[in-house]
Design a protein around this ligand. Structure first.
Ligand SMILES: C[S@@+](CC[C@H](N)C(=O)[O-])C[C@H]1O[C@@H](n2cnc3c(N)ncnc32)[C@H](O)[C@@H]1O
Length: 175
């Protein structure tokens, strides 16, 4: 179950006039289904594991609102960001991998958040966007909450933690 389900994202969409949701880490498409239910008309999501991408394509490939990308966020984010240039975006940054038994993926692709943020902030003026960063406790050594907050001087933050182990950092525009 996606942590997105316990957040009032339809309210955020209305309050901040958000017109698109961009997710990293599609997994089985739960986040996509919640975004659809919340009324987002433009939903972009990427997944590094081909079978998971494929599974989501089978479920949502025919939905005109949904645009799925296969590949690491670090490779496909530039193309995704080009498509939301005119939008105010809810970023749902949820790509990470805690297990990689076969050593298939590079460390930077397994925990891409720092590079995702640099890429996004380097390519757009984010002051009207909302960021939801899941599993924030995964990021500690060298890059964690305090480094992230410094990247968002025009946002205020709240923490969402429906359970002790599930913590999402929420960054809202100061408008
Ligand atoms: C916690 S799950 C995502 C859950 C989903 N966002 C939801 O709301 O239900 C994390 C997913 O990120 C994927 N992932 C890990 N590294 C990635 C990367 N660099 N780019 C894209 N997806 C990645 C994993 O394969 C996994 O499916």
């Amino acid at each position: 179950m996606s942590n997105l389900s316990s957040m009032p994202i339809a309210d955020y969409r209305e309050k901040y006039n958000l017109t698109a949701l961009l997710e990293t880490g599609t997994e089985g498409g739960f986040g996509v289904s919640i975004a659809l239910r919340a009324g987002f008309k433009r939903i972009y999501s990427c997944e590094i594991v081909f079978d998971l991408y494929n599974e989501s394509m089978e479920k949502y490939g025919d939905k005109k609102e949904v645009h799925l990308f296969y590949g690491s966020s670090l490779e496909v984010l530039p193309a995704m960001l080009d498509l939301v240039q005119e939008d105010k975006v809810l970023f749902w940054l949820d790509a990470h991998m805690t297990v990689d038994e076969k050593g298939l993926y590079r460390e930077e692709d397994r925990f891409p958040l720092a590079r995702e943020l640099s890429m996004i902030l380097g390519r757009r003026d984010c002051k009207e966007d909302v960021f939801l960063i899941d599993d924030i406790d995964l990021y500690t050594e060298g890059f964690g909450m305090s480094e992230i907050l410094k990247m968002f001087p025009n946002h205020f933050y709240e923490m969402h933690h429906p359970t002790e182990s599930d913590k999402t950092l929420m960054l809202f525009p100061n408008i």
